[in-house]
Ligand binder design. Structure first.
Ligand SMILES: [Zn+2]
Length: 274
């Protein structure tokens, strides 16, 4: 009997050191902790130093257990330009932050309209952020330790990130992060833009915002490009785009397509002369 019991008991004994980590982890899971980083971080080395020889292995084991990680979430905010997507994203991020959660903001480095170190809404609200070419570089740039302590990740102008799907899935499914994504669902031709629509099957919630039609004041669902350029990605503000209702999208698009066709034929002539 003894020979059977002993291994069982020793297995339980091995679990005991994990219990000493629990207060550390559970305190992180209380979002109302008014100052989570300053109360948690200094405790870590001193609390864990007696078991430092096995600390790194244990903390990774505890971290990997699904039961100890709060579940991740994905929330998607879409709509045409000037619908308040960035404002809504910033409001949600600020709300998470004031609830004691650790937050970070990412935007594409393609959008340099307001500088690369902050996100600014059309109405002037501003928050610091990281401007990146791809989301896969975020962990490295932000710092692996800092990433582990992060609760909420906001992504603005998400249509510019090709690796949006993989990043969101991994952050929410494996890393327990809340990811809030804001981006255009459609381009100026109302076709799916980037990977924003691809993450809807992953999402907890989807919010489609609307703007006001610049021509009639009705609800605007679409973005009309006012200039002749025909490429999908053309960064611009009110000088290039305007929000429109369905009726004015259709009539406006007819006019703009005709203008682009005329200009294209002129360009061909110019090239042939060159
Ligand atoms: Zn209209």
């Amino acid at each position: 009997m003894k020979s059977i019991l002993t291994p069982t008991l020793s297995a339980f004994t091995l679990q005991l050191p994990k219990a000493t980590h629990l207060p550390l982890l559970t305190s992180k899971s209380f979002p109302c902790n008014p100052n989570p980083t300053t109360t948690l971080l200094p405790l870590k080395p001193t609390t864990l130093s007696p078991t430092c020889s096995i600390h790194s292995i244990q903390s990774r084991d505890v971290h990997m257990e699904p039961a100890t990680l709060p579940p991740g979430e994905i929330h998607v905010i879409v709509g045409p330009m000037f619908a308040g997507k960035t404002t809504t994203l910033l409001r949600r991020i600020q709300s998470e932050s004031s609830n004691g959660r650790s937050v970070a903001l990412i935007k594409s480095n393609k959008d340099t309209r307001y500088g690369l170190d902050s996100i600014v809404t059309h109405d002037g609200a501003k928050l610091p952020c990281l401007a990146l070419p791809v989301l896969s570089s975020f962990r490295q740039k932000f710092g692996l330790d800092a990433y582990d302590k992060l609760d909420v990740i906001g992504i603005d102008e998400a249509q510019f990130f090709e690796d949006l799907y993989d990043f969101c899935r991994e952050a929410a499914d494996n890393d327990g992060k809340t990811v809030i994504v804001a981006g255009l669902d459609g381009d100026y031709l109302r076709r799916s833009f980037g990977s924003v629509l691809d993450i809807i099957p992953l999402a907890d919630s989807v919010t489609k915002l609307t703007s006001r039609c610049e021509l009639c004041g009705k609800r605007a669902f679409f973005t009309l490009r006012k200039t002749e350029e025909a490429q999908t990605e053309l960064i611009g503000g009110a000088d290039v785009y305007m929000p429109v209702c369905r009726k004015h999208y259709v009539s406006g698009q007819v006019v703009m397509e005709a203008a682009r066709t005329v200009l294209e034929s002129q360009n061909v002539q110019c090239v042939s002369y060159a």
